[in-house]
Design a protein around this ligand. Sequence first.
Ligand SMILES: Nc1ncnc2c1ncn2[C@@H]1O[C@H](COP(=O)(O)OP(=O)(O)O)[C@@H](O)[C@H]1O
Ligand SMILES: Nc1ccn([C@H]2C[C@H](O)[C@@H](COP(=O)(O)OP(=O)(O)O)O2)c(=O)n1
Length: 446
Amino acid sequence: MSKQRIIAIDGPAASGKSTVAREAAKRLNCVYVDSGAFYRGVTWKMLREGVNTKNPLAVLPVLLKSKWKFEVRDRAVFFSIDGVEPGEALRDKDVREAVSDIAAMPAVRKFVVSNLRKLKKLGSLAMEGRDIGSVVFPKTPYKFYLDANPEERAKRRHAELIARGETEKAQEVMESLERRDKKDSTRKAAPLKIADGAYVIDTSEYDVEGVARVLLGRISDLEKPRSDKMINPIWYRIACKFLGMGLKVCNNIQAYGVQNVPKSGGVIIASNHASYLDPPAVGACSRRMRMTHFMARDTLFKNPLMGAFLHRVGVIPLDRERGGDLKAMKTAIQLLKDGACVALFPEGTRSPDGNLQPAKPGIGFLVAKGAAPVVPVYVHGSYEAWSKHSDGFQRKPINVIYGKLITQEEIQALGRGKAAYPLIGDLIMQRIAELKQKFEAGEITE
Ligand SMILES: Nc1ncnc2c1ncn2[C@@H]1O[C@H](COP(=O)(O)OP(=O)(O)O)[C@@H](O)[C@H]1O
Ligand SMILES: Nc1ccn([C@H]2C[C@H](O)[C@@H](COP(=O)(O)OP(=O)(O)O)O2)c(=O)n1
C-alpha cells in the first residue's frame, strides 16, 4: 500500500480549492473532503429547524442532538444529517449567507474539526477549507494556500451561479465574497490564514491544469530525498560542538528564544552580521533545534581544506561579485521548498561600525520565492569580540537572541512581486532592530 498523504488545501472562497483538491484526489488516489460542506451542513440543518443562526446558544443543542453519517462515493465524502442528505441545498443562497456566522462559533468548529480528523481512517485525503493546514492537520507536510485576486474570484463564482440558474448580479457576488472573506479572516476561532510551511499558489495566474501541475509538482518535490542531506550530520555535529565549546569558553555565549526556530519545515534564520563569529555563533546555538545551511562567499571555498569542510557542513557558496548570485539563490530556494533551514545575513556583509545596516535587495526575493517563514536573530557582542576593524579576537561576551517567527502571512501582506522585495528586507531588519533594543534595555532574560 502507498503511504498515507493528507493534502491540506486552504484559501478564500472561489480561489479554486475544490477544483484542485478533486483533481489531486483523482490523480493521487485520495478521498476528497470539502470541509466547507460540513459548516454548510450545520447551517442547512439550523435553517431547516428554524434555529437563529446567529445565536450559538440556540445552535449548540440542535447540533449535538443531530446524527451524522458519512460515506465515500466516487472518491469523495458525503454525509447525511438525521437521515437526510442535504446535497445541492448546501449551496443555496440562505445557507451561503448564514454559513460564516455558523463557522465562527467555536463549539461548531470543535464538532466539525473532530469529525474531519476522524476521516483519517479512510486513508489518503485531499481536504480543502480554511483551517486544514493550521488547525485540523497542522503536522502534514502537504500544506497549500490557494489565493486569487478578488475580481477573479468574484468572476468565477458569478459564472458558477449563473450556470446553476441563479440570477445574482456580478456586483452582488463581489460584495458577498468580500463580506465572507472579512468574516472568515477576522473571526476569533481558527481564522483563515496561511498555515506555517504552507505553499502559496496564486491561481489567478494559472488555468485549472496549471494549478494542478504546481500542486502535484510540489508534492513530488517534497517526496524527493531531502536535500538537507547536503549536510553531513556527523561533520555538522562535530563542528557545532567544537565551535560552540570555543565560543562558550572564550565568549560565554548565551542563546535566548532558540525555541522560536521551528523543528521542521522550510524556514529562514535571518541575523545581523558584524563578525566572522556570527555564523558559528548562530549555527551552534540553533543546533539544539535543527541543522542549518549558511550562505558564504565563494572565495572562502578556494582553500581546498576549508572548501571541503564548508561543503560538508552544507554551506552554500555565494558569488558576491555578481550582486544577487542566481545559482546560490536557486539552491537556497530549493532547500527551503524541500523543508530545510537556511541562515542568511540580510545586510550582506559585516557591519563596518557595529550598527545595523539596511538589507540587501536580494533578501526580499529569496524570502518571497522560498515561501518560508523567517526567524529574526540579533547577535550581540560579536562586533566587540572580532570586528572588521579590531585587532584580532577578543574574549568579549556574545548573546544570540531569536525573535518570534515572521509568518508567510505577514510577508504576503507586504504585496507581491518586485515592489515587495525591499519591504520584506526592511521588515526583517526592523524585527532585528526591535530585538536589539529589547536586549539592550534588559527586557530579554530567557
Ligand atoms: N485556475 C482556475 N482558473 C479558472 N477558473 C477556475 C480555476 N480554478 C477554479 N476555477 C473555477 O472557479 C470556480 C470556483 O472554484 P472552486 O474550486 O469551487 O473554489 P473554492 O473551492 O476555493 O471555493 C469554479 O467554477 C471553478 O471551475
Ligand atoms: N475549514 C473550513 C471550511 C470552511 N469554512 C467556512 C468558510 C465559509 O464561510 C464557509 C463555507 O465554506 P466553503 O468552502 O464551502 O465556501 P466556498 O466554496 O469557498 O465559497 O465555511 C471554515 O470556516 N473552515
